[in-house]
Write a protein that binds this ligand. Structure first.
Ligand code: HEM
Length: 486
């Protein structure tokens, strides 16, 4: 069984369930004595997942540092994975190494803490509240791009990180904080996040851990008066930090200063490396696929001339950009594997995954299944357009933002931010890719493009209402099926 479609999954499940036959997942080859598959995993975990899938199919086992692990590939298995409870598959246990940075809050705390704090986690993303973020994003991004001057060369991912920090600073802590203290706060964040270590115990007396503790203490001191001012005059503030301060938890209590700092750091951690890496891939792939870029530029010329204000209610008009974002999420997911700890024996399909194992899903492998995506290796954002909607063929096949109860809380925030960034960039600049074929690098944690230089040159401004017939004609000539609607 290479890939479980819905019917094969139900068939196997029913057959083996009724006969009471359950299997342990088959181990892949090349298991070394003592270390198992640890070295291969550390060298390139995606390659190991691809090899496992090619060798054993949708469910396979391997061995990591003395622990057994299972990988599950395909929508039906993803469904079982994401719909399992935290008591069956624990998220908190596998991200223990992040706790030294973020504290034990939200999904990094115990299951009880998570449930208690969940209202705070989701408050900033409620529809009415999220209305304000798209205008903030546009304001901040246009300001950043203005400072680029008329032409030059930049490293793309670093620049996307710069932008996402500006957006996060303004949206999470407010414009005043970002202007006055943003850069000092981000420096402290860098010292805190640089201490991330998957292997070493976080309390060893090492310089990087001491630096982390000093930076956390300083950040806390910095936030104290800010929080006090907000508690005294809540009506003057309207950002994530304010939602964190004034939203009660399930037990009716409010977060204290230390917890608020941990919330902010957790959000910074979860949001900006992921968003900048994903934005950079989307831009790179557009620059590698000039036919599709023509269609994006035609859409921008038609719908997003200078002076157009983007809002939550009109931003989805940038359809070609959203399809490009989806295609990059499919082909280059920044979370290329996800992990859980199996807390109790867990039955999935014809298998029992024993308690104590690690359980993985692998978006970077699962997004390339030919049963779901036509020509999966081909860059083709139109697979997400309204006439094809490949991503709707079955649930849980696009998992770049996770799924189930821990699905990315900031997914729409991130997609909108990337859409604004890409729209402003290609509206304002001619861009040339100076590094033609960037590859994935994982040297800094979250997978991101290797160093990618781009050259930019500012375009003449397009006035409001301007229709670029030449662009639309070009988009049609390049085969854009939507050119007639522009
Ligand atoms: C392209 C950008 C992003 C990607 C690819 C991404 C990806 C993910 C993934 C895969 C998960 C699930 C992790 C798991 O199940 O193990 C997740 C969870 C989460 N993300 Fe994102 N994320 C992005 C941006 C953001 C942003 C901008 C925010 C906040 C503003 C955010 C906040 C969170 C939070 C709070 C969770 C945990 C949700 C929970 O456990 O209930 N993310 N993200």
């Amino acid at each position: 069984m290479r890939f479980a479609t819905h019917s094969t999954f139900v068939f196997y499940y029913t057959k083996y369930k009724t006969q009471n036959i359950m299997y342990t997942p088959p181990f892949i080859s090349k298991k070394l004595p003592i270390v198992g598959h640890t070295l291969e995993f550390a060298k390139d975990h995606v390659k190991l997942m691809q090899r496992g899938f090619a060798e054993k199919g949708s469910v396979f086992a391997f061995s990591l540092a003395g622990k057994n692990a299972v990988a599950l590939i395909g929508p039906e298995y993803h469904k079982a994975y994401f719909e399992a409870t935290d008591k069956q598959l624990s998220i908190q246990k596998v991200y223990g190494f992040v706790q030294a940075i973020t504290g034990k809050v939200f999904f990094l705390g115990s299951h009880e803490t998570y449930l208690n704090q969940r209202p705070i986690l989701y408050e900033p993303f409620k529809y009415r509240k999220s209305l304000k973020y798209v205008p903030i994003m546009q304001h901040v991004i246009e300001d950043c791009l203005q400072k680029l001057g008329d032409e030059g060369e930049i490293e793309l991912t670093q620049y996307c990180i710069h932008i996402t920090r500006q957006v996060a600073g303004n949206a999470f802590m407010g414009e005043k904080f970002q202007k006055e203290m943003g850069s000092a706060f981000w420096d402290l964040y860098d010292d805190i996040s640089a201490s991330l270590d998957v292997v070493l115990p976080p309390n060893l007396p090492l310089p990087k851990f001491r630096k982390r503790d000093r930076a956390k203490a300083k950040a806390k001191e910095m936030l104290k008066p800010v929080i006090a001012a907000r508690r005294a005059n809540p009506e003057q503030y309207d950002d994530f930090l304010q939602e964190f301060i004034q939203t009660p938890m399930v037990d009716g209590t409010y977060a204290d200063d230390e917890t608020l700092l941990n919330f902010i750091i957790t959000f910074m951690f979860a949001s900006h490396d992921t968003t900048s890496g994903h934005a950079a891939w989307t831009i790179i792939q557009l620059l590698q696929n000039l036919d599709y870029l023509k269609a994006v530029e035609a859409e921008l010329a038609e719908k997003f001339s200078h002076g157009t204000k983007l809002e939550l209610n009109n931003i989805s008009m940038l359809e070609h950009i959203y399809w490009a974002i989806e295609e990059s999420s499919r082909m280059n997911p920044t979370a290329d594997i996800l992990l859980r700890f199996v807390e109790e024996d867990w039955e999935v399909g014809a298998y029992t995954i024993p308690k104590g194992w690690l359980a993985f899903v692998a978006p970077k492998v699962a997004h390339f299944l030919p049963e779901i995506h036509e020509n999966p290796d081909k860059y083709d954002p139109y697979r997400f357009d309204t006439t094809r909607e490949e991503h709707k063929t079955c649930p849980y096949q696009q998992i770049g933002f996770g799924g189930g109860s821990h699905k990315c809380a900031g997914m729409f925030f991130a997609k909108n931010e990337m859409a604004v960034m890409i729209a402003c960039l290609f509206r304002d600049f001619e861009i040339e890719l100076r590094t033609p074929n960037p590859v994935v690098t994982r040297s800094k944690g979250t997978p991101r493009p290797s160093e990618t230089m781009i050259r930019y040159k500012r375009k003449a401004k397009m006035p409001q209402g301007f229709q670029n017939e030449a662009h639309i004609a070009q988009a049609a000539a390049m085969g854009c099926p939507h050119a007639h609607k522009m």
